[in-house]
Design a protein around this ligand. Sequence first.
Ligand code: C2O
Length: 587
Amino acid sequence: MASLHIPCTTTATTPSSATRPSSRHHFAKPSHLITHAKRNNRLQISCSDSQKQKDSSQNADTPQGNVDRRNVLLGFGGLCGAANLISTHTASANPVQAPQIDKCGVATNLNTGKQLDINCCPPMGKNIIDFKPPPLVQMRTRPSAHRVSAEYMFKYNTAIDRMKRLPKDDPRSFMQQANIHCAYCNGAYDQPGQGTLDLQVHNSWLFFPFHRWYLYFYERILGKLIGDPTFALPFWNWDNPKGMTIPPMFVDPKAAIYDAKRNPANMPPAVVDLGLTGNKDPLQVVSNNLTVMYSEMVRANSDIYDFMGKPYREGTLVNPGPGASERGSHVAIHVFVGDPREPSGEDLGNFYSAGRDPLFYCHHANVDRMWTLWQYFLPNNKLIDKKITDPDYLNASFLFYDENAQLVRVTVKDCLDNTKLGYDFERVDLPWLDYRPPPQTAQAKVMRTVSTTRKADAVFPLKLDGIARVLIQKTKKGKADELLVIEDITVDTSKFLKFDVFVNDEDDNVGELDKAAYAGTYAQVPHKTNEKTATTTIRLKLTELYDDMDVTEDDTVLVTLVPRHEGEGVTIGGIKIIENPTPAKTS
Ligand code: C2O
């Protein structure tokens, strides 16, 4: 009997016994690997050798119509990873510095296959001042866009209209404001002092702070244009069923906040599809949406970086890794609204053009709200340390023109508390807060015998051109505090792409996310990076998923990756399960 001997001697932080089930099963069992197969045994795993492996996948019945059997990859991956833990969170360099406006160059859109150069540089500013919060007279309350009054809509449209009428070279004008996003996201700026290394505010811990500042100044400019310092941007409450359509005020073609470059198929009453599964049943889509929200806000994050995104410091290559919210609901809305008739999904479907649609700021007001909710309002997360104290985060800086067309340098540390910037959000329900998928019943389990296993390197790197299934070793048998690590996800940055991750999925209905087996998502909006590809790693917390699925006897799990868009633009370097290095504090 072939013995699978995977050393799991752990060198990482030893968790307290209070948070971790005690187990002596540090070694995988040599054979009789128990996995959760499909009820009807359509999925056969026989991994005795590569030929058998091939036969097995060729004989695997198609689990459902849209799964091509050639794409069902079976393998056994997952080295016990605790010793391989690489902490990306401790290294210190310098914070990313605000760009030099005088060095702003062309921005690039690579989405069309050919390079499209765009000038989105701001006008030169004479002197730069450091941000000082203006005295707080009255809190600006951002309203839910589906609930605003006619009076509010009038004010908002008037403000946008005036913004559109400002001289073209006024840094507060509509296109200049839109171009801020283009410049910071499509390679117009290099990191100061770092040669030609791009400055990029997405796919890292700068995502939330940058967009918070961007909206802050946008809102202040609009308020100034209508002489109302209490004016606040609306937020698109896409996380609530009542807000799961494009807010009606944006679809009036005569309104200043209208934009013609949107997907006509997704106009109201089309329900937003945060899971981008393409499921056509609106009730199912609402349920998927709430599941996505629950997953990215509550279930899948083991530490603050899983939510905020990975560290991005001076000299870091762009794209260190997006947080759960950025790569989930945030990307989905960009793609839902962007117009597929346009060459690059303009406007919202591509970063260089996203700021040209007023709906962008309404979308991002809700993204910003998610950050606030995560920081202050989620009881489920209260055991996670939510403060990043790293000076490379706190001192990262950006430049914006304020409501007086004054160039201002801002830092991350000054935007951590939205109320200190003078705004808050209308309180609405959080229907996803307890939207935990129902536990999966145990009867569906099928035992299969695996005589030997394939090494992970026989499967990886794995091009995600179809649904892929890989058997992964757990660090210990049964319910443990573990993270699923999808490593070295190499993506073509010029493409919109997405895949979902399921663990021990029993029913293979990939159009439904509201089930215990759904573990999380990776997605991106096309953008520019120095290289045409970017590589990142995501971690998905499995603790609650194990509670909702019967894994008591298991020392492996079956991981299913479901590409939703442009899977051929994604290569997965490896998958492993590690112990949670940051177990929740218990007091
Ligand atoms: Cu800067 Cu939603 O993108």
